[in-house]
Structures are given as C-alpha cells and as structure tokens.
Design a protein around this ligand. Structure first.
Ligand code: PMP
Ligand code: GLN
Length: 387
C-alpha cells in the first residue's frame, strides 16, 4: 500500500522535539533541546490537582471549561492587561496552547486562504495551517542589533487578496524576541488596513527579561475586536505536561473555535483545570520568582556558550537562546544537532526546522535554559570540547 498519510501532511514526519528528546534518552546526553523545566511548579498548585482527583473531580468537565478556570482567566486578563472578557462567552479552555492554536487556525482558515507568520515559526503552525488546507506565508525575522526582528515592508508585501490571518508569537519561540510596542503597531496597522484576524500565541507572557514588556496585541487600538489570543499553564507554572490552555477573544470568534474544538477533544482534564484556576489566582508571586531565576539562567547559559565559542543572541523572553555555530567552524545546524550527543553529550534543537527555506536558519541551534544551574554548568563544560 502507498503511504496512508493524507497528502497535505506528508513532509511533516516526526516533530523535532520528539526526535531530539529520543536522542537524548538513547545517548544519555544532557537535553537542552525540548523546552521543559526540570523542577516542578508551585507545591500548593500540585496539591490542588491531587485533591481534585481524590475528591471526585474525575468525570467530563463542561466542554468550554470549568467556570472557575474561565473566570480565573478573565480576571488575569483584566488585572494584568486591562482586557475585559466575558468568562461565559469569550474564554474557552483547550488542551494546551497547541490545541487552541490548531482549533483557531482550523476555525478561521481553509483551502485558498493564506496565513502570515513570522519565521522561524514554532513547529505546530506550519503543520496546522497545512491541516486546514491553507497556505503559510512566512515573513522572516532577521538578526539585527543583537535580536531577531522583521522588516515592516516585507510584512506589508506579504499581504495579498487571500490573506486571512496573521499569527503572532510574542515572546517568540525560537527567536527569543519580545515584540516592542512599535513592532506590534506595525502588525496592528496591517490587520486593521486589510481587515485581518490576528491569532496571538502568548504562552511565554510572563517570561520576559530586563526591561522587555509583554504587550498583548489585543490591547492596541481596534485590535481586541479582531484578535484571538492563546495562552496556557505549561510555561508559566512549569507544568508543561498538564496541557491546559485557553483562547480569549470576541464571542463570535470563540464560538467558531468551540465549533472545531468540541469535535477534536470535547473537553480538557478537570483536575488540571482546577489546579490552573488556583494557580492563576494565587501563585503569580511564584511566577515572578521563576522569571527572575530564568533571567539568571539565561545569563549563565550565554556566558558558557560564548566561552565555548558560540556567538549568542540574548533573548528578551522565553527560555531559549539562539547560538550561531559558525565561529566553531560548523555550517549546518541540523548536522551539528544530530552529532552533538556524540561530540559533546548535549542535545540542542536545529533552528532550521522552523523555516520553509532551511538555509536561513542553518547557522543556528537553540539551547533551552529552563534547567537547574548545575545542569547548565555541566552542559557548557561539555560544549567547550567543541573548540
Ligand atoms: N506555542 C509556543 C510558542 C510554544 O513554545 C509552545 C510549547 N510550550 C506551545 C505553543 C505549546 O504550548 P502547550 O504545551 O500549552 O500546548
Ligand atoms: N514548546 C516546546 C519547545 O519549543 C516543545 C513542545 C513540544 O514538544 N511540542 O521546546
């Protein structure tokens, strides 16, 4: 039999995170590839999940999510950003941000539609757009002044008669860029001028460093009415395995997402929802400590990578560093990433997998710093062998 996989999904194979984490397990290398912390989130939040399981919270929750979590999300949007959403009609709980993004893309884009996204693009975007039968139109983020950013003219030129939506990830994985208000104004202008939907992925909304400020696109003039925002519990509270996320936006948009999502997973695990509601209301102080500690880990990893011979980009947010491999005499990040466990006992993510034209990302690999200090120290000591 021929390949049973539907044609539009061919070429997506296995995600780079699965491939590289399997390589780390096989080789015993230190895994600075897939982004997950090696320490747990706040203890009281974990207790709420355990208690929820022990006290009978184990049957189907309502499809749109537990009211307590939808209310907690609405409070968080209001208190942190001044964005007011009705928890009954404008907040919807999803299986992680991944499902929130997928359900939104499937809800808004179809065959013939174009979806603009900044490249490198987080790996699920291209696959999800393909699943929808739509076309991803990348706008390059290029290194400039020590960070990755886009050329406003290239963004404007990417818009055509079939453009339906712009997908905006800030803080950006894997580039580490936190879009400035000025950059967001350019994006907002394009959305308003061409009547586009904005889909924003804000899973790193709390993980920003130095003086970088996370500004939700929905807070800009005229943007709330056309923006669907996705976030999740995983990165903020160090529970990436809980796969609990949320979509917020105007009621008709959220209803459209619901129409898709209800037939994909119907609902999201109840105990995680209860614990997430608790965390959003009670553990933001813990998150601030996490943010500060990650900033120190960022600097620790960068110092070590530079000493090992890489050139690095200091991210304004997320927990990833882009490292240029050329000073060490390498040219292809994919080749290096596959050889790195043998060469140095470390796993990284080749940035080129996040591009339609891999050449633009070939000189970079991504290292995660959401790890204990001794793990980062050991990894950079090993990487020093490369030079
Ligand atoms: N978007 C980005 C940019 C991510 O880095 C990740 C991984 N945390 C996700 C979405 C997926 O989030 P979740 O685990 O909540 O599905
Ligand atoms: N978001 C994580 C990262 O970028 C990985 C998530 C996944 O494994 N799909 O490393």
């Amino acid at each position: 039999m021929d390949d049973p996989l539907v044609a539009r999904m061919r070429g997506f194979g296995t995600t780079i995170f699965a491939e590289m984490s399997a390589l780390a397990t096989q080789t015993g290398a230190i895994n600075l590839g897939q982004g997950f912390p090696d320490e747990d989130g706040p203890a009281a939040m974990l207790d709420v999940a355990v208690e929820a399981i022990r006290s009978g919270g184990n049957q189907y929750p309502p499809g749109p999510g537990l009211p307590a979590l939808r209310e907690a999300v609405a409070e968080q949007k209001r208190d942190r950003y001044g964005l007011v959403y009705d928890p009954a009609t404008e907040v919807y709980i999803t299986v992680g941000a991944t499902e929130g993004i997928a359900a939104s893309v499937l809800a808004f884009a179809g065959p013939g539609d174009e979806v603009i996204a900044f490249e490198p693009t987080y790996d699920s975007y291209a696959a999800t757009v393909a699943l929808a039968g739509a076309t991803l139109v990348p706008v390059l983020l290029r290194p400039e002044g020590g960070r990755f950013t886009f050329d406003p003219d290239e963004l404007r030129a990417a818009v055509g008669p079939s453009t339906r939506m712009i997908l905006v990830n800030s803080p950006h994985n894997p580039a580490g860029t936190v879009f400035t208000r000025a950059e967001l104004e350019v994006i907002a202008d394009v959305c308003r001028e061409h009547d586009l939907i904005a889909l924003t992925d804000e899973v790193y909304e709390y993980l920003t460093f130095d003086d970088a400020e996370h500004v939700p696109l929905a807070t800009l003039d005229g943007m709330r009415e056309r923006t669907v925002t996705v976030s999740s519990v995983g990165k903020t509270f160090s529970v990436t395995g809980w796969k609990t996320g949320w979509v917020t936006g105007p009621a008709p948009f959220v209803r459209a997402v619901q129409t898709v999502k209800q037939f994909v997973t119907y609902a999201v695990g109840g105990p995680w929802q209860q614990a997430t509601a608790y965390a959003l209301r009670n553990e933001l102080g813990w998150v601030e400590e996490l943010r500060k500690s990650l900033q120190g880990k960022r600097d620790r990893l960068i110092t070590g990578l530079e000493a090992a011979g890489f050139t690095t980009f200091r991210p304004q947010g997320t927990y990833f560093v882009q490292a240029d491999i050329r000073p060490l005499g390498f040219a292809d990040g994919m080749e290096l990433a596959r050889a790195l466990p043998d060469k140095a006992g470390v796993v990284a993510i080749p940035t080129q997998v996040f591009y339609q034209h891999p050449q633009a990302g070939a000189p970079f690999v991504r290292f995660a710093f959401c790890k204990q200090d001794h793990v980062i120290d050991e990894a950079v000591q090993r990487l020093a062998r490369l030079s």
